[in-house]
Design a protein around this ligand. Structure first.
Ligand code: AMP
Length: 398
């Protein structure tokens, strides 16, 4: 497979599918350019190797056809700035004669942004004819938008067939996939997955997939209580999804059958209301007073989590152990974070992903202590669920 390093970009027009879906304020100024910065190494490398980058992206959610507020023209000046003053042009449409002519006229080092892909409904529909027209603008295709890799859109997957020998991953997607594979495909053992967050329902497929991969599966957060209730415990008013009780039982059985060490909270911090100033007490997770709710894991559980995590060689962390946004219920999540950092110091590979665990890592200031932080959202979750991502498979030719 070609890589950015091996590919000869000299004199070539490189179509780069990026994620420039950045937030804009009412004056169309970019309020957070993280996503643009993230793609710079790839764009710069194409320029450095004598090619001309042609940027493809979506921005916002245009309903039908072009809308000024979702125009990528708002990004032109800033991209030029980020590329040290490089010439950046914008094509009025992402397909058609004008775009093609502008692409053809690009000199090495010049950059062209194609107008918002989602001004055409064919983009999200994965329309082949539309993908072909996009492909006519360039000589090769670089997939650099991991966040949309789980969608079989025209520019993220379908386009690949028009570049059978000229398709490659950008640096960002390459490192995201490599990091995820260290966890999903060939983890060093012992491997521990820490699943937390509010609900079992949103994580169930990941949990089931992880049962085939991990040595230890730690369950934290609100989803604990569906498991505890399934085992016959009294959970008071804690979060619970009754329709998942059977599934929770089956997970417990599957873990046993597969020899996975399933660690479910034994004690918790219970509160008399869902509030920062609630009265709290530590009690067994299966013996919570009526009207009270478990909002964090308790000290015994924390000690167990700590020991399991610190002795792991691979750690995946998805979702907080408690309502970490409130000081009184943040301890479990904080200790998990510290244990993940500790394991990483001892040589483990740690991957944190999923909005709320990333927020927790940032809140506790430990981002530098983990191996990789993924902000990919839906694409990350689908990868962890064991699904094939169309945008990744398309580049690999699978
Ligand atoms: P998720 O988006 O499913 O990862 O859920 C994250 C949210 O779960 C966070 O906002 C936490 O406050 C919340 N959470 C964690 N533990 C609990 C709990 N025991 N009860 C209610 N909410 C919780």
């Amino acid at each position: 497979m070609q890589t950015i390093e091996t590919y000869d970009f000299a004199g070539k027009k490189a179509l780069i599918r990026v994620d420039f879906n950045v937030p804009l304020n009412e004056n169309f100024e970019i309020t957070d350019d993280t996503r643009m910065r993230a793609a710079l190494p790839t764009i710069k490398k194409v320029i450095e190797k004598g090619g001309s980058p042609i940027i493809m992206s979506h921005l916002g959610r245009p309903k039908s056809g072009p809308e000024d507020k979702f125009s990528l023209k708002h990004l032109v000046a800033h991209l030029s700035e980020l590329l040290d003053g490089a010439t950046v042009k914008i094509a009025p449409d992402c397909i058609g004669d004008e775009a093609k002519a502008m692409a053809a006229d690009l000199k090495p080092g010049e950059v062209l942004i194609l107008e918002n892909l989602r001004f055409h409904k064919e983009e999200t529909a994965g329309d082949e004819e539309f993908a072909k027209k996009l492909a006519e603008n360039g000589d090769c295709w670089i997939m650099e938008a991991f966040g949309t890799a789980h969608r079989a859109h025209a520019s993220t997957a379908v386009i690949a067939k028009f570049f059978p020998n000229d398709k490659l991953f950008g640096y960002l997607v390459d490192s995201e996939v490599a990091s995820l594979d260290k966890v999903v495909a060939n983890p060093q053992r012992p491997m521990t997955a820490i699943m937390g967050g509010a609900k079992v329902s949103t994580k169930i497929t990941i949990i089931e997939n992880m049962l085939n991969k991990v040595d230890n599966l730690i369950i934290g957060g609100g989803m604990i209580f569906t498991f505890v209730k399934a085992m016959g415990g009294n959970i008071g008013s804690s979060l619970c999804e009754d329709e998942y009780l059977e599934l929770a039982k089956s997970i417990i059985e599957q873990a046993k059958a597969k020899g996975v060490n399933l660690v479910i909270a034994s004690d918790c911090v219970a509160a008399d209301k869902f509030a920062a100033d609630a009265n709290t007490e530590v009690c067994p997770a299966g013996d919570i007073k009526e009207g009270w709710m478990g909002l964090d894991v308790g000290p015994d559980t924390i000690a167990t989590f700590n020991e399991v995590i610190s002795n792991s060689k691979t750690v995946l962390w998805n979702g907080p152990a408690g309502v970490f946004e409130m000081e009184k219920f943040a301890e479990g999540t904080k200790v998990i974070g510290d244990a993940v950092v500790e394991a990483t110091k001892k040589g483990a590979f740690s991957l944190v992903g999923g909005g709320d665990s990333v927020a927790a890592v940032n809140k506790f200031g430990i981002a530098d202590g983990v191996s990789y932080i993924s902000t990919a959202g839906g694409a990350l979750l689908e990868y962890l669920e064991g699904k094939v991502l169309p945008g990744i498979a398309a580049v690999r030719g699978e």
